[in-house]
Write a protein that binds this ligand. Structure first.
Ligand code: ATP
Length: 257
């Protein structure tokens, strides 16, 4: 997939260690403006770690990361980036309302932390996009997993980011919420938002994905057209042999093994 101008995200030779063990072993990855790139791979292949190096939550042992053409260490434009973490601890008993959680994503865009009409409108718009406007005053602890995920996505969208980074947005999400999330993402992509997302399988997001990058054991083993889910090869525990467009040899991506 061709990229347009300077990449929005660029990783070059990125290495990272966790618990004294190498987890990323020289990752090269570029995401161009307006591109939608899926990061795929088996459990433990380093997908979450890769995106956490991008947002600065995991230190880089070697290599370089740039965001919007600026070295990550010098990057200050975090209001341009929306991040949806893996949904494990989110909410975790914190007594916050849906509107409060979403508003927290707007702070970087407010002037002096004061919420003006624009900011309140943005919170309402984001909640409407994910179909949660009628739950604004409810405690997040009263929500289902899928509704919770919709709130986290609204929080990422409320600052109107140019780049959206999401870690398994569909994991543990019911069908209704999956459809709403797919629709929300389509709206973002149509508006030109750049997207990097970790996925376990392409699923309902497949039509939106421009490129798939497959990790295995901390290395990129495929970077190109998304593997065809329709071929029925995305079975957990099996190597996925993907016939690369134009290549004569099939590429063993080890998608979910
Ligand atoms: N904080 C940590 N300390 C030590 N090791 C870690 C830590 N976080 C992750 N790891 C290890 O790093 C490797 C990659 O983990 P990572 O979460 O990036 O994988 P993943 O591809 O996102 O997997 P999953 O699909 O299960 O989310 C795994 O072997 C994991 O056990």
């Amino acid at each position: 997939m061709e990229t347009h101008g300077e990449p929005v995200i660029s990783l070059r030779g990125v290495r990272a260690d966790l618990g004294g063990r190498p987890v990323l072993r020289g990752i090269d990855l570029a995401v161009g403006q307006g591109e939608v790139v899926a990061l795929l791979g088996a459990n433990g292949s380093g997908k979450s770690t890769a995106i956490r190096t991008v947002i600065g939550q995991v230190p880089v042992a070697d290599g370089g990361i740039e965001l919007f053409g600026t070295p990550r260490r010098a990057f200050r434009g975090w209001a341009r980036v929306g991040y949806v973490p893996q949904r494990t601890t989110a909410g975790g008993g914190v007594p916050a309302t849906v509107a409060e959680i979403v508003s927290s994503g707007r702070l970087a865009r407010t002037r002096f932390g004061l919420f003006r009409k624009d900011d309140r409108d943005a919170v309402r718009d984001a909640l409407e996009q994910v179909g949660m406007a009628d739950r604004a005053k409810d405690s997040v602890n009263a929500l289902s997993g899928g509704q919770h995920q919709r709130v986290l996505i609204a929080r990422a969208l409320v600052a109107r980011p140019e780049l959206l980074i999401m870690d398994e947005p569909m994991a543990g999400v019911d069908l209704v919420s999956q459809e709403i999330l797919a629709r929300t993402l389509r709206t973002q992509v149509e508006a030109g938002t750049t997207v990097l997302l970790v996925l376990h399988e392409l699923g309902p997001l497949e039509p939106l994905i421009d490129r798939a990058v497959v990790l295995r054991d901390g290395c990129v083993v495929h970077d190109g057209p998304p593997p065809r889910a329709a071929a029925g090869t995305l079975r957990p525990g099996h190597d996925h042999v993907h016939p690369h467009a134009g290549a004569t040899e099939p590429i063993r991506t080890g998608l979910l093994s």
